[in-house]
Structures are given as structure tokens and as C-alpha cells.
Design a protein around this ligand. Structure first.
Ligand SMILES: NC(=O)c1ccc[n+]([C@@H]2O[C@H](COP(=O)([O-])OP(=O)(O)OC[C@H]3O[C@@H](n4cnc5c(N)ncnc54)[C@H](OP(=O)(O)O)[C@@H]3O)[C@@H](O)[C@H]2O)c1
Length: 256
């Protein structure tokens, strides 16, 4: 169970190879950690991420057990059983990190690709999120961190399919947080801007781009404060507030 300083002992990552999620795990106070589960699609990358996380934790003196387990966001029929098994032991923190960015032009050329992205980013998260909320409620404690995105705050011509999946995810997660008030469980919605990970590799960097480590620090700050939403970097919250009020004919012409 988390101690008074909000230092989790048991962490589950959904999307176990996510560079942002792994940076969050690395930033947690290692001495408190007892168990880390990286859940994701079975692959050499997941096995490598599990071994690297175990080695990193051991290097800082942590005796945490690190394991991998199979989880596919698209296989919603399996979610209840997979998550129930993970919650057979106490879980303090779940990081919902799975997601695909895709390519707007590919989505327009082949709408079935867009549907697939929506199924991962939104449908998969609704399925896992509701099950996790129920399990956290039964425990009476624990936090779900949801990696949303500023892309969901206003549709951009250049990536509105991805943005719409994140808009759905964000509204879902905000509502889920409200539904948990008073239960001991909570949700923290993290809204990063452009983060330098393999997801954005090769793309032109957007203003206020950050590292996964910066997102991890902003997430930890939010967890410690008991915040319901954090931006990463914090300044992008103000930028998005401004952008949201730009009239559409003008917004459409912005090079973003
Ligand atoms: N990077 C950014 O600029 C940025 C900005 C805002 C928000 N975000 C969000 O932050 C989250 C993490 O992104 P990241 O930058 O850390 O990218 P990443 O390293 O590419 O992580 C994405 C994760 O999603 C997993 N995934 C994809 N499809 C899946 C499926 N069907 N079932 C289970 N897992 C699946 C990937 O697993 P595999 O290894 O199996 O592919 C990977 O673990 C994503 O939700 C992303 O949308 C990212």
C-alpha cells in the first residue's frame, strides 16, 4: 500500500514498453517498490524492457520483483481476467500507457487503420479503465494514471483522428475520476505535449517538446499533490487554453 508520502509499493504498467511509462517507473522512490509488472503485447521488446527495469532497480538497491505479463488493448474480452489476476496482490499504481499515434494520411487512405487506432486508444482504455476502477474501489486505495494528450483538446487538421481518440480517452478518464471520489481510489490524467520517444521519432519537434523524464517528474508532482490533471510541460496548459479560444477559420490556417 502507498505510504504517507505517496510512494507506491506495487505498480502495473499497461503498455509495458512505453518509454514514458518506463520513465515514470524509474522516477518512483525505488526503496519503497516491491513489485513492478510490465503488461503488454508479448515481444522481445517487452522482455528487454522488463530486464532493463529490473537491472535499473537493482542498481539503486531496490529488491523489487519485476515481471512481464501479456496484455493486448485490442483483446477486450481478456481484460477482466488479466486485470483480476494482476490485482490478486495489492496494486498501488496503474499506468495506462498503451496507445498508437499512426499517420493522419494513412488513416484517410485506409479508414480501417483509423478504426484500429480508435480501438486501441479509446475502446481499449474504456474497457481496461472501468475494470481497473472497480478493482481499485474494492481495494479502497490506489491510483490510475492515464496518459492522455493535448492533442485531444482541439482538433488539428494534421492529426485529428489521433486527437479524437485522445479526446474520448480524456473525457472518459475525467469522468472516471469523478466517479471514484470518496472511494479511496483516484485517477490522474496526464496531458503531455510533444514527447521525444519512439512514438514521435522522425517527426518535426513541436514547441515545448519534453523528454519522457520530464513527463515522469510532472506526473510524480501531480501524484504527490493529489491533482486530477497535469500538463507536461506545465506551460503547455496555458498555451492550449489560448489555442482553444482561437476562432476556427484562423485556427485552420495555423501551421500546427
Ligand atoms: N510521445 C508523445 O509525444 C506523446 C504525447 C502525448 C501522449 N502520449 C501518449 O503516451 C502514451 C505512451 O506513449 P510513448 O511516447 O511512451 O510511446 P511508446 O513508447 O510507443 O509506447 C506506446 C505503448 O503502447 C503499446 N501498445 C500499442 N498497441 C497496443 C495494444 N494493442 N495492446 C497493448 N499495448 C499496445 C506499445 O506496445 P508495443 O511495444 O507492443 O508496440 C507501447 O508499449 C501513449 O498513449 C501516447 O499516445 C505520447
Amino acid at each position: 500500500m502507498m505510504n504517507a508520502l505517496t510512494e507506491p509499493q506495487s505498480v502495473v504498467v499497461l503498455g509495458g514498453t512505453s518509454e514514458i511509462a518506463r520513465a515514470i517507473v524509474a522516477a518512483l522512490p525505488a526503496t519503497q517498490l516491491r513489485r513492478v509488472v510490465l503488461a503488454g503485447r508479448p515481444s522481445p521488446a517487452l522482455t528487454e524492457a522488463t530486464a532493463a527495469t529490473a537491472a535499473d532497480l537493482a542498481a539503486v538497491g531496490s529488491s523489487a520483483q519485476v515481471e512481464e505479463t501479456a496484455f493486448d488493448a485490442l483483446d477486450t474480452d481478456s481484460h477482466a481476467a488479466v486485470l483480476a489476476r494482476l490485482f490478486e496482490q495489492d496494486v498501488d499504481l496503474v499506468i495506462l500507457a498503451f496507445g498508437v499515434l499512426g499517420d493522419q494520411q494513412d488513416f484517410e487512405d485506409d479508414p480501417s487503420e483509423a478504426v484500429l487506432a480508435a480501438r486501441v486508444n479509446y475502446v481499449g482504455a474504456v474497457s481496461a479503465g472501468l475494470i481497473i476502477a472497480d478493482l481499485l474501489k474494492r481495494q479502497g486505495h490506489g491510483t490510475l494514471v492515464v496518459l492522455s494528450s493535448v492533442a485531444g483538446l482541439r482538433a488539428r487538421r494534421s492529426n485529428f483522428v489521433y486527437g479524437s481518440t485522445k479526446a474520448g480517452l480524456d473525457v472518459f478518464a475525467q469522468g472516471l475520476a469523478d466517479s471514484l471520489v470518496g472511494t479511496g481510489a483516484g485517477v490522474l490524467v496526464v496531458r503531455p505535449g510533444f514527447v521525444r520517444t519512439r512514438m514521435t521519432e522522425g517527426l518535426d519537434e513541436a514547441p515545448l517538446a519534453v523528454s519522457p523524464e520530464q513527463v515522469a517528474q510532472d506526473t510524480l508532482k501531480g501524484l504527490r499533490k493529489g491533482a486530477h490533471t497535469v500538463y507536461s510541460p506545465a506551460a503547455i496548459g496555458a498555451v492550449m487554453a489560448g489555442l482553444r479560444s482561437v476562432p476556427r477559420p484562423l485556427f485552420r490556417k495555423l501551421p500546427i
